[in-house]
Write a protein that binds this ligand. Structure first.
Ligand code: AMP
Length: 403
């Protein structure tokens, strides 16, 4: 990796500002209902604490729009963090909480921290200056610590005060273990993937995935398209697609992409058949329509059909590198979830391949199918992983100190 790792920092007795993604769901009563995101960053916290750092931990939670909002307080997270750390470190851990992430009280609490102790700061986004990447605010955050570590890959595509601005005011900025894992896996994909390299791209809109399709087109051996975006491509090929979701203003673009792929000898595969229905509801009558045929008026394509599942699964079975982003159909409705589930299973089944799944829906599908443990890497950042696959530089990564 080109960037410093937490392993490169002298941690003992130093105050470390650790940016994490503790954007966890809270119940009405303010209990953490899913602590996956906290657990994911425990290796970084454990390493820093075992090396006697003084940890100042900061995160955003929800969208408080720049104003304090007790329902989006990180206070309940401090309690859960303490329980998790007690477990990991097998001792009573001291996790303090600062009711503001900047200012005198935060500074005092940070100064009083002893080596091996943790201070969690209140929600960064209670201040509008966080998302505005305000320089004075970034400086106020930096004032709390000696060094900076970023373990919030999911926020790395945003240039905010706590992900980018702060790095100008500390001596060194490094990646935490979760960030490093993401960059290693995703970087490998783009730099030196084992071949054949197959990408499966789905979801609602072509417009959201243009960048990814364009960038991956130069790198993959086959690009398998599913989800509603397939209908924009098929309409570009003059297929009647009934009421299917189509972005009419992207038909020319879809046509250009297909043309470009053809010229370059890149295989873009579109569904060979579809599951269609008149409504997005369970228990409505469905039909399988071959892609050679028009989708009847009044019907919409809501999932890839069995022939497509077979064809795509064969491609996946022969791949050595697989990346997947976006569902193959309206997987939230069980009636139209089969294609997405089968693709998750096909990826899991190829245990010899390096498989990377990113994006909230595909990650949810992998969990629903019960195959998460068979995937090489499940990316924690939806937007960030998409931008990475587009080949964009992530501000939160760029800002870290070069080796
Ligand atoms: P995205 O956020 O672009 O990855 O899109 C995910 C959404 O696309 C999910 O909510 C799916 O229900 C939806 N989706 C996938 N396939 C279809 C389809 N054929 N018709 C309508 N929506 C779809």
């Amino acid at each position: 990796m080109q960037k410093l790792s937490i392993r490169d920092l002298p941690l003992k007795d130093k105050r470390i500002f650790l940016r994490v993604d503790f954007n966890v769901p809270l119940s009405e009563e303010g209990r953490v209902t899913d602590d996956t995101r906290i657990r994911e960053t425990l290796p970084t916290l454990e390493y820093a604490l075992r090396n006697r750092a003084k940890l100042i931990v900061a995160s955003h939670l929800g969208r408080p729009k720049g104003k304090p909002n007790p329902r989006m307080s990180l206070k309940p997270v401090a309690e859960r963090l303490r329980m998790l750390l007690d477990n990991v470190l097998e001792s009573d851990c001291n996790v303090g909480f600062s009711p503001d992430c900047v200012g005198l009280e935060a500074e005092e609490l940070a100064t009083r921290l002893e080596s091996g102790q943790t201070l969690l700061l209140e929600n960064l986004r209670f201040h509008p200056e966080e998302e505005a990447n305000d320089e004075a605010f970034a400086r106020a955050l930096a004032k709390l610590a000696d060094y900076y570590v970023n373990d919030a890959f999911g926020s790395a595509h945003r240039a905010h005060a706590s992900t980018a601005g702060i790095t100008k005011f500390v001596e060194k900025s490094a990646a935490g273990f979760l960030m490093q894992k993401e960059l290693d896996h995703m970087g490998q994909l783009l730099l030196d993937p084992a071949r054949p390299f197959v990408a499966i791209i789905g979801g609602a809109k072509v417009s959201d995935k243009i960048g990814v399709i364009k960038n991956l087109m130069n790198r993959v051996d086959a690009l398998l398209i599913g989800g509603a975006m397939a209908y924009t491509f098929q309409k570009a090929q003059s297929r009647e697609v009934g009421k299917s979701l189509v972005e009419d203003d992207k038909i020319d673009l879809a046509s250009d992409l297909l043309h470009e792929a053809n010229e370059r000898g890149v295989r873009i595969m579109l569904p060979a058949d579809d599951v269609v229905a008149m409504k997005i509801e369970n228990d409505v009558p469905t039909k399988i329509i071959d892609a050679e045929q028009p989708i009847p008026a009044g019907f919409m394509g809501l999932d890839i059909g069995p022939k497509t599942v077979r064809l795509y699964s064969d491609e996946i079975a022969n791949a050595c590198t697989i990346v997947w982003n976006g569902p193959m159909g309206v997987f939230e409705t069980p009636q139209f979830a089969t294609g997405t589930r089968k693709i998750a299973q096909a990826i899991a089944h190829n245990e010899d391949a390096t498989s990377i799944v990113g994006g909230g829906d595909s990650v949810a599908a992998v969990h629903q199918a019960g195959v998460a443990d068979k995937i090489t890497h499940i990316s924690t950042g939806g937007g960030a992983s998409l931008e990475f696959l587009e080949g964009k530089k992530l501000p939160g990564v760029e800002a870290l100190t070069n080796r």
